[in-house]
Each structure stands twice: as structure tokens, then as C-alpha cells.
Design a protein around this ligand. Sequence first.
Ligand code: ZN
Ligand code: ZN
Length: 94
Amino acid sequence: MGFWTKYFTQQIFGNWLGGHIWSADRTAQYREYLKSDAWKRKRYVVLKRDNWTCQYCGAKATQVHHKRYAKYKIGKEPIKWLVSLCGACHKKQH
Ligand SMILES: [Zn+2]
Ligand SMILES: [Zn+2]
């Protein structure tokens, strides 16, 4: 199984299984999500898409920023809502 097939299968089943478990406390949940393998995989896909380049200044990207968040289901964000950034530009976004 190739990387992409694996990635999308995990995305679909991960969201489907995870959807019911998550409840109200979004901040704590997000903190947990950022530690998860699902996030690490997604983050990697975004950095790869953007060629490890900061989308604001062109420096080497080391971080991934959420332009927006899924309303109900954490981790459901499509990768087009995510952007690769360097540390300095990421700080400016928050
Ligand atoms: Zn930058
Ligand atoms: Zn951010």
C-alpha cells in the first residue's frame, strides 16, 4: 500500500471512529490532537505539499499553522486549511 492510500484510509477511518469520542473541551482536545500520530502525518503532508517552504516569507518551514479549524470535529480540517510557516512568521499569525 502506497503512502497516499494509507494516509487517506487512516484519515477516513480515524475521523469516523474518533468523531463520537471527542466532546466539549476543545482546547484540551486540541492539545492532545497535536501529540497524535494523525496530526504528525497530516503535518508532514502539508510540509511536503509546500515543499518545506514558509508560505509567507520563503524561508525553510518548520511549523504548520491552521488557517481555520473544523467546527465540530477536531482533526477534520482539510489540508487546504493548513499552511507551512517558519517559526518567525508563525509567531506573527498568533
Ligand atoms: Zn516565514
Ligand atoms: Zn498556528
